[in-house]
Ligand binder design. Sequence first.
Ligand code: PDD
Length: 287
Amino acid sequence: MSRIIYVNGSYRPYADALVHAEDRGFQFADSVYEVIEILGGKLVDATRHLVRLERSLGELGIRTPMGRASLQLVIREVIRRNRVRDGVVYLQVTRGEGPRDFAFPDDEVEPTLVVLARSQQREKNNALAAVGIAVKTMPDRRWGRSDIKTVMLLPACLAKDAAKQDGAREAWFVDSEGYITEGASSNAWIVTRDRVLVTRQLDHRILGGVTRATALDVAREYQMKVEQRAFTRAEALDAEEAFITSATNTVMPVVRIDGQPVGNGKPGIVSQRLRSQFHQCAEISAL
Ligand code: PDD
């Protein structure tokens, strides 16, 4: 079965799908995106993801390619045509195409919309969660508006690759004051020795993760203590547990930071509980 991708109004096999070479997403990273988990053929937290997409577009003044209901139909059709049961939907909107010019083209330019769906083995991710992952800290060299989900991902790619060279799966960014901001493609959390969940407050330095928001709902449901505030690398190294949240991982335990074990070096009970209860609290929408 050949995979089908949606590009600007049509569903095509990958080999036939085209985006213009002077698309601003390609030339300037003038573009935003979303990644939504697919669980058993259903979308996880679609509303929160689509609300965030609209916010990202609004912050950058990129036109909305279509209304939320139509976009949902496209997403569903892409999932159906690719027969994805478990995996992710990726959608990207760029400001559109035009002769290369830093200043924006006029309002008539149509935004570019790409939607694809990909299968991912849940078992693999569960097996990883059973042992936990390592993270590597490094300076946060991104721009000052990391709250907008843009495709300006080169600092994240460089950081993830450096982490990979060190046997770590994620990079944790550290700001100029020594506080962890977030992961290269996830939000960062710790559980202190007195069982308080800590994750950075929402500000311009981090993406307001959808998984973060739902994990906070789970924590509330189980009356866990939560503090939304910045924490340092030293505090993380002294923590009982650590974990990351993202649409591709839900809740993933972190067992090593810069080669040093977190807690007893095994996935902790709080992280495991958040992970096991996550989908009970998330919005699961039928297709
Ligand atoms: N990344 N922070 C950053 C910088 C991210 O790129 C992501 C998600 C998150 C977590 O957001 P959410 O919980 O909404 O997935 C936080 C996606 C998964 C990616 O780029 O593949």
